[in-house]
Design a binder for this molecule. Sequence first.
Ligand code: ADP
Ligand code: MG
Length: 253
Amino acid sequence: MTALLKLDNATIRFGGLVAVNGVNLDVEEGEIMALIGPNGAGKSTIFNLITGIYPPTEGGISFKGKSIAGLQPHVIAGGGIGRTFQNIRLFNELTVLENVLIGAHTRGSWNLTGALLKLLPPVRREEGRLLELAIHCLSQVDLAHKAYEQACNLPYGEQRRLEIARALAIEPALILLDEPAAGMNPQEKQTLLTMVRNIRASGVTVFLVEHDMKFVMGLSDRIAVLDYGVKIADGKPEEVRANPAVIEAYLGK
Ligand code: ADP
Ligand code: MG
């Protein structure tokens, strides 16, 4: 099996800090892969490397067998990698549906002016298909019935799901979810778990960062563990849970 996403010695330095240090990591097509580790370990930075927010200082990143290191974020998104952010990034004044349409149009570019400029002509041209796609993405996170509500009026858990719908609107092969369950209550987490499983069943590979161990262990096929920018373990949930280095760095705390 060839990896859908491959990090090969991926490294990034911010001044003197090596935030991600020589990480080798594969995400196979069709799996739910998780990345865990203490705060500041470099998890979000790995997502930022994959999505082109920062180019790696050293090492390679390939997706579907082609190098994507150093490409612009909208090019990487357009190639089929969707993402959500650790902190919610919605256009609060727009409707739920508009937030998803912007996802479909901008393919991950977060410049509002640019987004709105790009929005107008294509919406007229392809209105039917895009609306259908946006509603389909909303229904994947059970929000289609809220399409015309203002995004800021949704409860917190639904705002997080709306971000997932927006990421799905680029029709990704791979979706990166940065702490999707953060701040959710147990019931919201359970709903999210089912949705993530359904997203995978629909053919999208999932790579997520998450702190809630019960959530991660119950959902993931494989887990990689990061500590101070270094990958210290990688394996099935039961293997990772039993790994002494992981217990020392993370689980034991
Ligand atoms: P995690 O998501 O695992 O909690 P991050 O990836 O956000 O950790 O951060 C890893 C380390 O890199 C932290 O020490 C953080 O302060 C640092 N870092 C992240 N982004 C930048 C940046 N743009 N400039 C400088 N330091 C950064
Ligand atoms: Mg983070």
